[in-house]
Design a protein around this ligand. Structure first.
Ligand SMILES: C[S@@+](CC[C@H](N)C(=O)[O-])C[C@H]1O[C@@H](n2cnc3c(N)ncnc32)[C@H](O)[C@@H]1O
Length: 377
């Protein structure tokens, strides 16, 4: 019997078990769908786009699946009467939100604004979501009454969620905190051009807390790197920004589809007296980043690319509210913060950074120097 060569799929030994499990889930998904595509698997199962491409290629080599007109099906088909595609909501794609004309107009503007936004840099662990996700977030805030006349903070905004919220023109004000001066400048420029009440400030949140903004906000949103340290840091800053009353609101994303689900994030929220009110799986879709593709991956992409909207991976969206227990919490000690995996990788090989590759060498090198200087002091 032929078996999958996981060495051709994974980039690190620690990923092996996860992709063995992903293989089973993909088989199950194809069986329930009957016929599917590469992008649907990235959207609805688990795993990173590049590793799923390699895994599907292996599954084809061992004659588990076949690909006809870029559609994927099982070779030994078991016909299922209860296909998951028949019970899945086709309007909202399982994300609760659907766009009417108003939201479609905002999406159109966001797609234009996205064209000129700074190229992500892994130095700051950036991995932006797609434009549709930012508008979905704003619409979800509206649905939950977290938008109209609210003071909203966005902590780290490579996604430009602040702009999507600003474009609704119904929030009282939106304030952004981010370390990347290109993003801060771009958000302030768009805000001025479009007449929005959005203002961005440059802060290194590992070194400095926006004290003058303490206890001023009704709602905060953040999408930290999904490791417990970064998560704790960004959420604890959000909690400092919220008004000192129970029932204030936080939005965060975690459980990235390329990582095993662990208890840590949930524990942090519980320890801080935060009540999870909503969690929608796979709500958050991360943009496709071609820079991360090796030449072999690019070849595989040609084989599997159906022309559907591309993405890299997904995460949930989680909404929580503060309780009486949140008011006196011990905040996270920022000196414990350690950078994410992508940052560690580009610090070892800067030529792999998307912004560096796109020609923003000076900015990237200057940012590294700044970090080194700060670490020395
Ligand atoms: C940490 S990144 C996470 C990206 C991605 N959404 C993910 O889940 O991997 C989110 C935002 O935080 C900003 N950021 C990173 N480090 C920061 C720091 N030390 N201080 C302030 N903002 C920071 C980035 O520029 C980016 O806009």
């Amino acid at each position: 019997m032929k078996i999958i060569q996981y060495d051709n799929v994974i980039e690190n030994e620690s990923e092996r078990d996860f992709y063995i499990e992903t293989h089973k889930k993909i088989l199950d998904f194809i069986e329930k769908e009957g016929e599917t595509t590469f992008w649907k698997i990235v959207r609805k199962v688990q795993g990173s786009d590049r590793r799923i491409l390699r895994l599907l290629n292996e599954m084809q080599l061992i004659e588990e699946i076949k690909i006809e007109n870029k559609k994927i099906s099982l070779i030994n088909k078991k016909d299922h009467s209860l296909k998951s595609k028949d019970i899945f909501c086709k309007n909202c794609e399982g994300k609760i939100i659907q766009f009417d004309e108003n939201w479609l107009n905002i999406l159109k503007k966001m797609k234009e604004i996205y064209k000129n936004k700074p190229t992500p840099t892994f130095i700051y662990d950036q991995r932006p979501v797609n434009a549709k996700t930012t508008v979905r977030r704003a619409a979800y805030l509206r649905y939950k009454r977290d938008l109209i006349d609210k003071e909203i903070a966005v902590i780290g905004d490579d996604d430009l969620t602040s702009i999507a919220i600003g474009l609704t023109k119904v929030a009282k004000r939106v304030v952004v905190f981010d370390i990347d001066k290109r993003l801060v400048n771009y958000i302030n420029k768009v805000s001025e051009e479009q007449g929005l009440n959005v203002k961005a400030y440059r802060y290194d949140l590992t070194k400095q807390i926006p004290k003058e903004f303490s206890n001023k906000f009704d709602v905060f949103l953040t999408d930290p790197t999904p490791n417990p340290d970064c998560f704790s840091l960004f959420v604890s800053i959000g909690l400092r920004l919220l008004k000192k009353e129970s029932g204030c609101v936080g939005y965060v994303s975690f459980f990235p589809s390329h990582q095993k689900e662990e208890i840590d994030f949930q524990k942090i929220l519980t320890d801080w007296g935060l009540i999870i009110t909503d969690m929608i799986p796979k709500f958050t879709e991360y943009d496709f980043v071609e820079f991360t593709y090796r030449d072999k991956d690019k070849e595989l992409l040609k084989k599997f690319d159906t022309g559907e909207e591309r993405l890299s991976f997904t995460e949930n969206i989680t909404r929580f509210i503060t309780s009486e227990d949140t008011l006196d919490i011990q905040y996270f000690n920022v000196s414990h913060f350690s950078p994410g995996k992508a940052t560690q990788r580009v610090l070892e090989n800067i030529e792999k950074d998307p912004a560096y590759m796109k020609g923003e060498k000076e900015f990237v090198l200057e940012s590294i120097k700044e970090m080194e200087l700060e670490n020395e002091t």
